[in-house]
Design a protein around this ligand. Structure first.
Ligand code: NDP
Length: 265
């Protein structure tokens, strides 16, 4: 097998949570182009429809399901359907996530739990549902989407950051637990990426001045720009393919160098 062939996903079934748009769609499109059968889940009907439109426009055949990743029964049902229709899941990308930006004193415990439920517990729930198939297949790939916030703190996003910090240790713990089955569990920590989730941070303020976060990210990031979903797709393909068979429990920051650096004055 040539080195380029080790990056092929031909014959594999990939399940991407939140794969209808943003980073998840960028990954799903790349996996489809690399030969995988693509399944995606999201929690809203409008997102499902948008997902089908996105894949159709990209010329990638993909099938979507409505599924809340924090609902264990629904996840089991959907994974069974995916496997009936597209074959056993050999690649899972735990990408679904939500953020709520507010001072911690204003956040209710219920909101905190909800954010952890989707961003962290959801990854555990979906992973648990696919590991048995991966064991039967003789191997598999799990890619958890963390964040630069898996590593560093930031005000007004404590719940999100706590969940993303948990993603890092969930990843290494599951890598330890299932490595002997030839299952690799790795994570990607995106920096600031242009998607719906960060739209508010790039939208001009009511008085028309640019949002300060837009320029701050450009200045703080060695790459001097925001990232795009396409920037995440290549690293995700590496972690989904046999090219990364000896990479396990790793958190790969795809952040233009942000986490590695102190920042210039
Ligand atoms: P988007 O808001 O564009 O995508 C989030 C996706 O998650 C949507 O498809 C959404 O669909 C889905 N989702 C949300 N809640 C659930 C749920 N309960 N069950 C199933 N699906 C759900 O954001 P991004 O593409 O930016 O984010 C993707 C991932 O990347 C997230 O985990 C995020 O935390 C992470 N990330 C993003 C960064 C960025 O700068 N954009 C930086 C670092 C990490 P629906 O609404 O229909 O449920």
């Amino acid at each position: 097998m040539s080195i380029l062939q080790t990056f092929s996903l031909e014959g594999k079934t990939a399940l991407i949570t939140g794969g209808n748009s943003g980073i998840g769609f960028g990954i799903g499109r790349a996996f489809g182009q690399a030969g995988a059968r693509v399944a995606f889940v999201c929690s809203k009907q409008a997102s499902l429809e948008r997902g089908y439109e996105n894949y159709e426009r990209a010329g990638v055949d993909a099938k979507g399901w409505l599924c809340d990743v924090s609902d264990e029964d629904r996840v089991a049902e959907v994974v069974a359907e995916v496997e009936r229709e597209l074959g056993p899941v050999g690649i899972l990308v735990n990408n679904a996530g939500i953020v709520k930006r507010m001072p911690s004193l204003e956040m209710s415990a219920a909101d905190f739990r909800h954010i952890v439920d989707i961003n962290l517990s959801g990854q555990f729930i979906v992973t648990k549902a696919v590991i048995p198939s991966m064991q039967k297949l003789g191997g598999g790939k799990v890619i958890n989407i963390g964040s630069i916030m898996s590593e560093i703190g930031r005000a007004n996003v404590a719940a999100y950051n706590a969940a993303k910090g948990g993603v890092k240790i969930l990843t290494s713990s599951l890598a330890d637990e299932y490595g002997e089955y030839n299952i690799q569990v790795n994570a990607i920590g995106p920096g600031f990426i242009i998607t719906d989730m960060t739209k508010a941070l790039r939208t001009p303020q009511p008085d028309g001045t640019p949002h300060p976060m837009k320029a701050f990210v450009e200045k703080r990031t060695p790459a001097a720009r925001w990232g795009t979903p396409a920037d995440i797709a290549g690293p995700a393909l590496f972690l989904a393919s046999s090219a990364s068979n000896y990479v396990n429990g790793h958190m790969l920051y795809v952040d233009g160098g942000l986490v590695a650096t102190f920042g210039k004055i």
